[in-house]
Design a binder for this molecule. Structure first.
Ligand code: SF4
Length: 356
């Protein structure tokens, strides 16, 4: 597997036309301000010094603000700092994130000419009602137009989605995932809306006008979105926020925050597989039985963490039915994080299953 290292440079809310209802990038990134030129250099150097032998590709990413709403001169200045490391051969490319209503052909040309390989659009939702209720200031047409321009410029397209915003529903979230596939995005990120201190959402939540998703609902929605994105060959770079010290303390007021949200989602997918194979409604493995022989499950080492689940959640689940559950690694079962084959054996029964 080609391992990639992303060096994030957070520019909290830099050039944003206003603060969106859910956003407080200072608390989310744990940063007090925008780093200056020498600090950006130090962040890059520090990250490069930790590069391990398995890393095949390194990219510098400008996140957390509206990069393309900076003046062209300011964009060029930041890109030149990162570009120095591209020219020296230590870094392979640059990526930036921005708003869908801040994409112009002229700007894309500047990005292309300065080693930018990917533009991530903070779309959040493709539903106009959700976009309006969240004060995003653009509609779904703007996302489509921006995405098309990025693809036409020959740049990779990334799209960030947020679930559980005001007026959001499961079917709107699933439609968003389908639209991301339809636009030919290369990558995606999914974040659940959290109630963070000093935001409009916090005021709405305190007034009883907004209720965030529960953690179970967030896992369930994301599991379904994840399947749509994977089947559409859109790589999911991240599910949920990076754990940051501030968010784990008083800054997070409510919402489905979990430091291992992706692991919960993937573990839930595996549980669905186990339900299918070990909890059929009829047959030998019928309901309400406990089995005495060991159940052995084999999978690629890359899948093992998801398969067992955070805190052994899936092992505990299976242990309710089987007296003994054994997980074994087998690297011949080709896997990439969460796809590939897995095998189980119980008594005389042995089966190998293709899993996407
Ligand atoms: S545009 Fe993005 S970074 Fe800026 S305030 Fe809105 S969500 Fe936050």
């Amino acid at each position: 597997m080609k391992k990639k290292m992303i060096i994030p440079i957070f520019l909290p809310e830099l050039a944003c036309p206003g603060r969106c209802v859910f956003c407080n990038q200072f608390l989310i990134s744990g940063q007090k301000g925008v780093p200056d030129e020498s600090e950006i250099g130090r962040i890059i150097e520090r990250n490069l010094s930790t590069r391990s032998a398995g890393i095949r590709q390194v990219e510098i990413a400008f996140y957390g603000g509206s990069f393309t709403l900076l003046s062209l001169q300011e964009q060029q200045r930041l890109l030149a700092i990162a570009g120095f490391y591209v020219k020296s051969g230590n870094v392979d490319g640059i990526r930036i994130s921005t708003r869908p209503d801040a994409i112009t052909v002229e700007n894309l040309q500047l990005l292309s000419a300065n080693h930018v390989s990917q533009v991530e659009l903070g779309a959040q939702s493709f539903d106009d009602e959700v976009l309006r209720a969240s004060g995003r200031g653009y509609n779904s047409d703007a996302i489509e137009v921006a995405a098309q321009k990025i693809r036409e410029a020959g740049l990779e397209l990334g799209i960030q989605l947020m679930i559980g915003l005001p007026a959001d529903t499961l079917s709107k979230a699933l439609d968003g995932a389908r639209r991301v596939v339809g636009l030919g995005a290369h990558t995606s990120r999914i974040y659940p809306a959290l109630v963070v201190e000093d935001t409009a959402l916090a005021r709405m939540w305190r007034a009883g006008e907004f209720q965030p998703l529960s953690i179970n609902a967030a896992v369930s929605w994301i599991r379904k979105m994840r399947d749509i994105l994977y089947q559409g060959r859109v790589k999911i770079l991240r599910i949920g926020l990076h754990p940051s010290l501030d968010l784990q303390s008083s800054a997070l007021l409510a919402g489905p925050y979990h430091p291992g949200l992706r692991q919960l989602v993937e573990a839930a997918r595996w549980r669905a597989q186990f339900l299918r194979f070990f909890y059929p409604k009829s047959g030998v493995l019928g309901k309400n039985r406990v089995y005495g022989e060991p159940l052995t499950i084999q999978a690629h080492p890359d899948m093992m963490g998801f398969l067992v689940g955070p805190g052994g959640i899936n092992k505990k689940f299976l242990s309710r039915r089987f007296r003994k559950v054994v997980f074994m690694q087998d690297d011949r079962l080709i896997g990439e994080e969460n796809t590939g084959r897995w095998r189980y054996s119980y008594g005389q029964v042995e089966e190998e299953i293709l899993f996407f």
